[in-house]
Design a protein around this ligand. Sequence first.
Ligand SMILES: Cc1cc2nc3c(=O)[nH]c(=O)nc-3n(C[C@H](O)[C@H](O)[C@H](O)COP(=O)(O)OP(=O)(O)OC[C@H]3O[C@@H](n4cnc5c(N)ncnc54)[C@H](O)[C@@H]3O)c2cc1C
Length: 463
Amino acid sequence: MKKIDSFLTEVATILSSEQIRSDPDSILFHAQDWSQVLTPNASAILFPTSTDEVSKIVKSASRHQIPIVPSGGRTGLSGGAVATNGEVVLSLTGLNFIGPIHEGALTLRAGAGAITEAVHKFCEPQGLTWPVDFASKGSSTVGGNIATNAGGIRVIRYGNTRNWVLGLTLVTMDGTIHTFNSELEKNNTGYDLRQLMIGSEGTLGIITEATLKLAPIPHETQVLLFSLKGFPELIEFFNACRKNFPELSAFECMDHESLESVTEHFRVPFPMATKGTVYALMEVENTSIPSLEARLEKIMEAGLILDAVIAQNGREKKSLWKYREGVAESILHGSSVHQEDVSVPVAMLPEFYSTIQKRYQEALPGWSVYFFGHIGDGNLHIFIKKPENMSLTEFQKHARNSDHELFQILKRYNGSVSAEHGIGILKRHALHFTRSEPELEIMKGIKKTFDPNGLLNPGKIFS
Ligand SMILES: Cc1cc2nc3c(=O)[nH]c(=O)nc-3n(C[C@H](O)[C@H](O)[C@H](O)COP(=O)(O)OP(=O)(O)OC[C@H]3O[C@@H](n4cnc5c(N)ncnc54)[C@H](O)[C@@H]3O)c2cc1C
């Protein structure tokens, strides 16, 4: 009997038949993520519904030497949850309980498979939220957010996911169930293993439950969209806003091509009268429109802004956000897209942007290259669309070459090759541009300690 068959026979004593799938449609659907460039190839997809089931499954997988790929909402953009080599996918989506909230401690218990947006909706009636927020929140899961240390649109005010996780329950590859940090706000007792797990992309342990920290929902938020002449003006404007608006909760940007992609894809009108080359979407918490306008007037005197729109009600706020949140979806729809997610220190952004923009124009003349992102955090997404008349192989070759040059430029600016999407499979070749050799050795040592046989999410982060 093959190892995989005897493993699956044992799994059938742990899970019901509905929790085990191996038909081609399930493999195609569940062994893939949003990056959509790798060919999914899994032996089976398992759907446990409790920490205990996860523990029994991985204990058996270890005994049979079966590699496991943990998976959440599969909205990842770096191939982290993709099985390409006959692994078994462990979907945590069945561990999706939410609650209870502890209103005194401002905490919430949730299963790893709870959908991010469902967590928001659950907390909303209590005037609370889990401030991890981005366009894929309707499908991404708490476990996936934690495993990728997700960033998003409010990092400028709230920080990354790691600031909003108090405790973790997780299972290591030998089947041991761990509770890291329980629910302690203060716990200086040596290495913080909870923080080590956050951002480890499913390579060290399988998160099954978490205690999340909650924040009060602001009683009022204003949303504005600006058009600007260029990137230097955008950064100067951002610096002025950061100084004048301590309540700034988002500062996002998109170039004209990105905004046009949204208006065309979603068939919505252009949002302002005066077009720019770049646009900023700003959100400010707990500020009234008159107070906002008074402070903006002074900043506007510097002549950085071509046009501005202030949302007047909830519906307008949502539709302004849609122009920014719809960018990735509008570009990805029906096209092969090469994606970058880079960051540099905010002060270096104008110089970095003008350097890479020039290089893309020279190296990929006439190609559709889109720039957008969480500019307040120094984080830029670059999406390159495959020209219609080019083969996928040719496109990938060109994209790889332009990658190499981008990463070398990034290194000069002490930047990161992955600001928030992780390394997964797709950014493995670039890791050494951001992490030194000694750092990589330490990381490999940590991996060995947690997973000595290399069975947990193999081939992710490291080749
Ligand atoms: C339109 C769009 C917009 C996006 N915007 C942002 C953004 O603004 N900021 C941002 O940071 N990301 C963004 N992303 C990327 C993605 O949504 C995040 O990385 C998200 O946190 C992934 O969650 P998931 O549940 O889909 O994880 P998956 O894609 O299923 O998995 C991601 C990684 O986590 C591991 N993993 C998943 N669940 C577990 C678990 N329970 N235990 C251990 N490991 C696990 C997987 O093995 C994999 O390595 C965007 C994606 C899309 C499609």
